[in-house]
Design a protein around this ligand. Structure first.
Ligand code: AMP
Ligand code: ZN
Length: 693
């Protein structure tokens, strides 16, 4: 088996080849300054992101960083993928190469009680001929594991756990994580080559910010920080990774002939080299272990990152070697898992909230409790059926959990504490905002307010949707501003946005000139937003981003779309009868047609652009194409778009009907076998690009 080399190995080779020229030139002051700035910035980075002790102000940091950027631009021969300027990532999409781990990445055995930990220790001692053992306790960080290799003081490769034997090379993403050193201090005498293992984490604060943003943009939310960290680490766009604010905690140091006798010694050394190291404590008795568990079960709730338990390890590295591992996990370490966090608190009241589509969501208002590091005041009650199932009564003491879910949920009621005479919780029958009688959606548990065009939260919800990033991308109008615009009478529907002026905005209560200008800039730029996003922005029920794209590609302009019958619409691939009906209903409402006219008048894109129409070909007409593997020249998404642009169709699984497979590196073995069996052509990237020329 061949180990894939990372992009940094290639870079090393290029650099070496260049060296003879470099030595013949005398280093200028600027070159020396580049080296100095890199060291300085790395030092400040460490103080800020690892030690939590900023040594200079953010402005000073930015100033130095800018100086370095300018100098690097002037001296392309000094480029370095590990320069602090590279922490911002890049928009170029990357495929991930698979890399074989030098040492397999194992999981840990689990325990759920002090007795099980005791049993683990007994077995370990027995395995060691009853010699004494020293135990180390650590947090079990609930993120996604990573292996990072350093050679000659520089980070060379970062690889995910994958299946334990091989993982994905995610180096380009990992170097954007500011707490991970890219170069090690030169005066520290670090081993020539070693590997650190740890956990990539999305801290609670970043997780919540990310989900809030995603909710606003109507993107699917991450269920927990672990999923968010794993998802982020596998993004194709490292600039987006940099923006999300990952962090990393390390807990293993591996290498040949490392000069350490114990795990704690190794961790102390790694800390000194600049790594953020897991909290590590030597525990001298089983009582100390029990104390450690009791203490951290409480204190972990105040940590900035998610933990799902503790890890106990023997301290002696010789004992690690002697005990070895089973097929799945080492015999010298064990995880201790906490029970999922649950708190009992009082249900103060229930609010019924009306969403953009009129769906009513019951939300529990709780006596505040601390849960997984955040104060919880509200919890979702989902729908009427769930309220019935839980048999919630007014003023109940309820159990709240924040397990894998995004929003804490109520999982039960303590009926013993129920006030005598408390009534079962009643679902509202009328819209809490506009008082219209609610309707139950056929086949679903949801109730909706049918007063689509006059119910305030539905109006402001549509405004918020219209301005969202994936729709018209108009900055500066959040929930509050949307409500303010509506209340002041300035904006009653999305078309009114185009009558706004800076003067009208600053006339509003507490409105800053700067925010007004920002909004007006966004509105101006929204006139260039492509047709498909305009369709999406209209808030036609069931027309999400994907369906909007399908409509734009098939229907080409708004007039056509408005005049089509449900049957005609349903004849378009991917458009079902429910969506077709909803589109027809939308355009049947006169005020909606008015809005479209006003938007057209305001200069929005109401048709596919000339360019898009012109670049469409029929070269792949009638072809069903499967994409597989990792590509060098374009991202998968770009290839998908190219296929559609040229009249082809993307399909996900291989069948006899598949025309060909566009295959990059590392095509899945199962897919390959199936393709060969069915005799389907496999086309590589270059051949495909040639086909489109
Ligand atoms: P599990 O995936 O539940 O079997 O747990 C094993 C995983 O816990 C390891 O693969 C690590 O990614 C993770 N882990 C988190 N914190 C630690 C720690 N302090 N020591 C070792 N592994 C840890
Ligand atoms: Zn209503």
């Amino acid at each position: 088996m061949q180990i894939q080399r990372s992009l940094f190995d290639d870079f090393e080779i290029e650099k070496k080849a260049e060296q003879p020229q470099q030595t013949s030139k005398k280093p200028s002051g600027e070159e020396a300054r580049i080296v100095e700035l890199r060291e300085t910035l790395n030092r400040h980075n460490h103080s800020y992101y690892v030690l939590n002790q900023p040594t200079i102000s953010d402005q000073e940091f930015d100033h130095l960083l800018r100086e370095l950027q300018d100098l690097e631009a002037k001296h392309p021969e000094m480029a370095d993928p590990l320069s602090p300027t590279q922490r911002v990532g890049s928009d170029l999409s990357q495929g991930f190469k698979q890399v074989l781990h030098e040492r397999p990445m194992m999981s840990l055995g689990n325990s759920y009680s002090i007795e099980e930990v005791q049993e683990f220790l007994r077995r370990a001692k027995e395995g060691l001929g009853n010699e004494p053992v020293e135990i180390v306790g650590e947090m079990k960080y609930d993120g996604t594991s990573i292996s990072v290799t350093y050679e000659n003081g520089r980070l060379v490769r970062a690889v995910t756990r994958g299946d334990g034997v091989r993982g994905d090379d995610v180096t380009a993403n990992v170097i954007t994580i500011r707490s991970i050193p890219l170069e090690l201090p030169k005066d520290m005498d670090c081993p020539k080559k070693f590997e650190v293992r740890g956990e990539i984490m999305l801290p609670w604060a970043s997780f919540e910010r990310l989900n809030k943003e995603r909710a606003f943009n109507e993107e699917p939310l991450f269920a927990n920080p672990r999923n968010a960290a794993a998802g982020t680490l596998k993004l194709q766009n490292s600039a987006e990774v940099a923006r999300r604010g990952l962090d990393a905690y390390f807990y293993f140091l591996l290498g040949d002939n490392l000069p350490f006798k114990t795990h704690t010694e190794a961790m102390d050394a790694a800390r000194a080299w600049g790594f953020k190291i897991a909290h590590t404590e030597v525990l001298d008795s089983i009582d100390a272990v029990a104390d450690f568990i009791a203490r951290w079960d409480k204190d972990r709730k105040t940590l900035p990152v998610a933990t799902d338990g503790l890890v106990f390890k023997l301290n002696s590295l010789r004992q690690w070697l002697n005990l070895g591992a089973t097929a799945k996990s080492p015999r010298w370490a064990i995880a201790y898992k906490f029970a999922p966090e649950r708190e009992c608190t009082k249900l103060k009241s229930v609010s019924f909230e009306v969403g953009r589509t009129g769906v009513i969501t019951p939300v529990a208002n709780l006596e505040p409790v601390l849960l997984s590091g955040t104060i919880v005041k509200r919890a979702s009650l989902h729908n009427e059926d769930i309220i019935r199932q839980l048999d919630i009564h007014d003023g109940d003491m309820v159990y709240v959990e924040k397990g894998g879910e995004i929003i804490p949920k109520i999982v039960g009621v303590d009926t013993k504490q129920r006030e005598p005479g408390a009534e079962p919780l009643k679902f509202v029958t009328h819209c809490p905002v506009c008082s219209t009688a609610l309707q139950r959606v056929e086949g679903e548990a949801a109730w909706v307010c049918p007063n689509k065009w006059e119910c305030k939260p539905q109006i402001t919800g549509r405004i918020e949707h219209f301005v969202a990033r994936h729709a018209m991308n108009i900055d500066g109008i959040g929930e509050e501003v949307a409500a303010q615009l509506h209340e002041s009478g300035l904006v009653n529907n999305i078309a009114d946005l185009y009558d706004l002026t800076v003067e009208r905005l600053v006339g509003l209560d507490r409105f800053q000139l700067k925010s007004a200008q920002r909004i007006m800039r966004g509105i101006e730029q929204s006139r260039q937003v492509p047709f498909e996003r305009v369709i999406y922005a209209l808030s036609i029920q069931f027309v999400g981003e994907t369906i909007a794209k399908v409509l734009a590609r098939n229907v080409h302009n708004i007039d056509q779309l408005m005049s089509m019958s449900a049957e005609e619409l349903a004849a378009i691939p991917e458009i079902g009868p429910k969506i077709a009906q909803s589109i027809v209903e939308y355009f049947a409402v006169e005020s909606n047609r008015d809005i479209v006219e006003r938007l057209r008048w305001a200069g929005l894109q109401m048709a596919l652009s000339e360019q898009e129409l012109a670049s469409r070909t029929t070269k792949l007409e009638g072809k069903k194409i499967v994409i597989s593997g990792v590509f060098q020249h374009h991202s998968r998404e770009e290839y998908k778009a190219m296929i559609e642009q040229n009249g082809g169709k993307n399909v996900s699984s291989i069948s006899k009907a598949t025309s060909f497979i566009l295959a990059g590196d590392n095509m899945g073995p199962a897919k390959l076998e199936k393709a060969q069996k069915l005799g389907i052509d496999i086309i590589n990237e270059d051949q495909f690009l040639d086909m489109l020329k």
